[in-house]
Design a protein around this ligand. Structure first.
Ligand SMILES: [Zn+2]
Length: 219
C-alpha cells in the first residue's frame, strides 16, 4: 500500500504473489468498457471507465492488466479511471479531471505496460497522439507510452498544480503483476483508493514500487 501524503488515504494493490493487499469488501468497481465516460457517485457495475465520488462515499477500484490505472484526489472528492489506449484517445483522463470543479491535489498513476514494451500499430498511435502530439516525438517508432501520455494530458487539463505519485512499474516486465501481453492471462491486478482504518496494519511496501513523490509508508 502507498500512503497519499498528508491524507488519510492509501492506494491498495493486489496482483500476483507479493502484492497481497486484501481487496476491501466495499470496493466499487465499474464495468470497464475502454470508453471515456465518467460516473458520479457510482453504485458499482455501471458501464464506464471513470468515476468520481465525494470523500467518504466509497472506495473507487480498478481492474487492470496492461492498461493504466489513474486515481485522482481533490479536497472533497476522489476519482479513478481505467486508461488504455482507447480511453486515452477518447479523453478519459481529461474528462476525469474536468468532472470536478476544484483544484486537483494528487494524481496517482499505477503500474501499466511501459513505453518500451508496448508495441502498437500506427492507427493506435495516431488515435492517441491526436490529443497528445508530444507522445509521437518521445516514441517515434511503433510504441506507445500510456503513462507519459496520461501525465501530459493531466497536466494540460489541470494546470499542473497537482502532486504526483507515479508507481513506475511495468506489468509486462514484473513477475508480480498480471499482464495480458506478458502472461496471456484473463486475470487482473486490482487497485483501489481507501481511507486508512484506525489501527490498520499497513504491510511493508514492495520494494519494486517507486514513487516520485517522496513520502511512503514505513512500518
Ligand atoms: Zn516494460
Amino acid at each position: 500500500m502507498v500512503i497519499i501524503p498528508g491524507t488519510d488515504l492509501c492506494l491498495g494493490l493486489s496482483g500476483i504473489d507479493g502484492k497481497p493487499d486484501v481487496i476491501p469488501e466495499k470496493a466499487i468497481f465499474l464495468n470497464q468498457v475502454h470508453g471515456n465516460r465518467i460516473v458520479i457517485d457510482p453504485a458499482g457495475g455501471e458501464s464506464a471507465d471513470g468515476m468520481i465520488m465525494s470523500r467518504g462515499y466509497g472506495i473507487p477500484a480498478l481492474r487492470v492488466a496492461d492498461c493504466l490505472p489513474v486515481f485522482a484526489l481533490w479536497d472533497d472528492c476522489i476519482g479513478a479511471a481505467h486508461a488504455g489506449w482507447r480511453g486515452l484517445a477518447g479523453g478519459i483522463v481529461e474528462n476525469l479531471i474536468a468532472a470536478v470543479d476544484q483544484p486537483l491535489r494528487w494524481l496517482i498513476i499505477g503500474p501499466c505496460i511501459c513505453g518500451e514494451c508496448y508495441t502498437v500499430g500506427e492507427k493506435v498511435r495516431e488515435a492517441v497522439f491526436r490529443g497528445d502530439p508530444a507522445g509521437g516525438e518521445e516514441h517515434p517508432d511503433c510504441r506507445l507510452d500510456l503513462r507519459g501520455s496520461a501525465l501530459r494530458r493531466a497536466r494540460r487539463a489541470s494546470g499542473e498544480q497537482f502532486q504526483l505519485i507515479n508507481i513506475d512499474e511495468c506489468t509486462l516486465e514484473s513477475t508480480s503483476l498480471y499482464s495480458v501481453r506478458g502472461n496471456e492471462t484473463a486475470k487482473r491486478n486490482f487497485l483501489w483508493l481507501a481511507e486508512i482504518e484506525r489501527g490498520e496494519h499497513i504491510p511493508q511496501l514492495n520494494s519494486e514500487i517507486e514513487c516520485n513523490s517522496p513520502e511512503r509508508r514505513k512500518n
